[in-house]
Design a protein around this ligand. Structure first.
Ligand SMILES: Nc1ncnc2c1ncn2[C@@H]1O[C@H](COP(=O)(O)OP(=O)(O)OP(=O)(O)O)[C@@H](O)[C@H]1O
Ligand SMILES: [Mg+2]
Length: 570
């Protein structure tokens, strides 16, 4: 994490330099005050009071300017540090594999990106100013106290072990609680995330009270941990106050006895000594505060590092060559199990060759592994054993960006962004012309409803596409995929919300406009797949049959069952 600060080293250096100016002025003031009291007030010397007072004001002003400059420099260092860290973390999160995102959870990633970065950023700002401030205040305070009287310095030194011991005690107790606080915030963010995104489901099932209960319980847990930390830390202040006041009493006692015995200590010096001892003990408390922030930030830094140091589970290869007429896919003895689901195989010994330009449909019961199978092509997950080949080369050997550029996939759950319809479609190809966008929408059978919308292609889509119907969302997602003009087009149950006529029009237009593109169409309805060159029937992670519609009616019992059950319904 230090590497993020390196870039701003001069600001990190300037902040303490200016801070030294401010703190030196602070340290000189009690001495000035002692002089004013002893030689001005007690001796009725008005000119001295005025000249010393003026000098004190100038010192305070100089100290103020230094303080401002120090704060300014530390802010620049801290804000830029946070900015860079947040940017890198976001970029890393964007590059995490599905497996890694599933493991860390979305809520936790949001906390790390927001709360944890802020904690570390605060630490940086505090460290570049506060650490120098408290160290100089501590050393300077003891020196100035020693200059007043070695006895006073001795009191401060005797009090120190008690201060350090109590600070150590409190910090040791509080430290594990800070990690717990961040974990509780993770929990709250996860619940918020799920419920805000899934608000419609919550309402449909009238589960508001249940979810509120879940939130309240998580919120209560956070409140409890926070209360425990704060109560513990609240003890620290009074403890320090007791030690400070005992020191003040000791100084007054020793000072009083020495004054009485004409030991050379003046009233002004006793006053200055009290201020210095307060400064010294405050500086220790301030250091404890920094230490507390540091402990908090350390927990946050570890959580950020956990993401930053995530290795690439999906490693990019280096092949980036393209075939003139590519798009041939082959699954060779492919087996797959999701990483976190033990050894339960989702795909078993899949052997399948999809020819360039072919339309292959995949049909099968829910949970039979259809989505999993196509997710292996763009390497959303890697095979457990066997290999997936694209144009004769293992997909693992391709440069990841190049591989994914060759494939256009419409995911089972249509994801739209809160931008205009045009921008949502254009997402597939940033430099697309309005004509290209319209053409893609026409093939996707989306042009009609888009043109009928109040602002046509510029109609805004609400977050998650909630302002559109399921079928409209699917068609915009399809248009987005078509615009990319990739070699391979995958529709993962992407036309399930379309009526049969619209769906048929879509496939007709697709075959006319994209005859050379390899098309993989996952569907549940026979009507969606019967026009395909070949249909693969999947059952429980295995391919049980493969052929044309007519062949399968002859050879596959499962296909026949599905066909007749759907025929009856229709
Ligand atoms: N991220 C995941 N982690 C663990 N298991 C998963 C994950 N995604 C899917 N599965 C499991 O893998 C199996 C196959 O899921 P898959 O999504 O491939 O089915 P599908 O045939 O596409 O089903 P559907 O028609 O309902 O979309 C299911 O048993 C599912 O529970
Ligand atoms: Mg699926």
């Amino acid at each position: 994490m230090m590497s993020y600060l390196k870039k701003y080293w001069y600001w990190c250096l300037l902040a303490p330099v200016f801070m030294m100016g401010e703190i030196t002025m602070d340290l000189l003031q009690p001495d000035f005050m002692a002089n004013i009291v002893d030689n001005g007030v007690l001796k009725h010397n008005m000119p001295l009071i005025l000249s010393m007072g003026l000098r004190m004001i100038l010192l305070v002003m100089f100290g103020g300017v230094c303080g401002f400059l120090s704060g300014w420099a530390s802010n620049i260092a801290g804000q830029n540090f946070g900015n860079d860290l947040r940017k890198d973390l976001f970029s890393k999160i964007m590059n995490l594999s599905f497996q890694q995102t599933d493991k860390i959870s979305t809520g936790s990633l949001v906390t790390r990106l927001s709360n944890d970065v802020t904690q570390v950023q605060n630490m940086v700002m505090l460290a570049v100013r506060g650490l120098v401030r408290s160290s100089i205040m501590f050393i300077g305070g003891i020196f100035m106290l020693y200059m007043q009287s070695p006895k006073f310095a001795l009191i401060a030194i005797l009090a120190l072990p008690f201060v350090i011991l109590s600070v150590w005690f409190f910090m040791r107790k509080a430290s594990p609680m800070f990690t717990a606080v961040q974990q509780k915030i993770d929990g709250i963010n996860n619940i918020m995330q799920e419920n805000i995104a899934g608000a419609r489901v919550v309402k449909a099932y009238v589960k508001e009270d249940y979810e509120l209960g879940r939130f309240e319980s998580a919120n209560g847990e956070l409140c409890d941990v926070n209360l425990r930390v704060q109560s513990l830390l609240a003890f620290m202040g009074p403890c320090m106050n007791i030690i400070l006041n005992l020191c003040v009493v000791a100084i007054i006692l020793i000072g009083g006895i020495t004054v009485k015995n004409n030991g050379g200590i003046t009233t002004g010096e006793i006053m200055a000594a009290i201020t210095y001892i307060a400064m010294i003990l405050m500086s220790v408390m301030f250091m404890a505060n920094i230490f507390q922030t540091f402990t908090r930030a350390k927990a946050s830094a570890e959580r950020i590092n956990e993401v930053l140091s995530c290795g690439h589970i999906i490693r990019s290869g280096d092949v980036s060559e393209s075939h003139s007429q590519g798009g041939e896919i082959e699954f060779r003895n492919v087996c797959f199990a999701y990483p976190d689901s033990g050894k339960r195989s989702v795909l078993e010994n899949i052997n399948l060759k999809i020819h360039s330009g072919e339309t292959l449909a995949i049909l099968g019961a829910t949970g039979s592994g259809k989505s999993t199978l196509v997710n292996l092509i763009p390497r959303f997950y890697d095979v457990t054993s066997g290999e997936v080949l694209l144009d004769g080369i293992n997909v693992k050997e391709y440069d990841l960006k190049h591989l994914r550029d060759k494939i256009s996939i419409v995911l089972q759950k249509a994801e739209l962004y809160s931008r205009s319809i045009e921008e949502n479609i254009k997402w597939g190809k940033k430099d697309a012309t309005p004509w290209e966008i319209k053409e893609a929408a026409q093939i996707a059978q989306a042009d009609n409803f888009i043109c009928a919308a109040p602002n046509g292609y510029y109609t805004p889509v609400s977050e998650g596409g909630h302002s559109l119907s399921g079928g409209q969302k699917q068609r915009i997602s399809i248009a987005r995929a078509l615009l990319k003009k990739a070699e391979i087009l995958i529709f993962d149950d992407s036309t399930s919300a379309l009526d049969l006529k619209t769906e048929a029009n879509l496939y007709k237009a697709l075959n006319e406009k994209f005859p050379e593109t390899t098309k993989i169409i996952i569907a549940q309805r026979i009507a969606s797949v019967r026009g395909a060159d070949r249909i693969v029937v999947m059952d429980n992670g295995k391919i049980t049959a493969c052929g044309t519609h007519d062949e399968l009616l002859e050879t596959s019992e499962i296909y026949k069952d599905i066909y007749y059950s759907q025929l009856k319904k229709e």
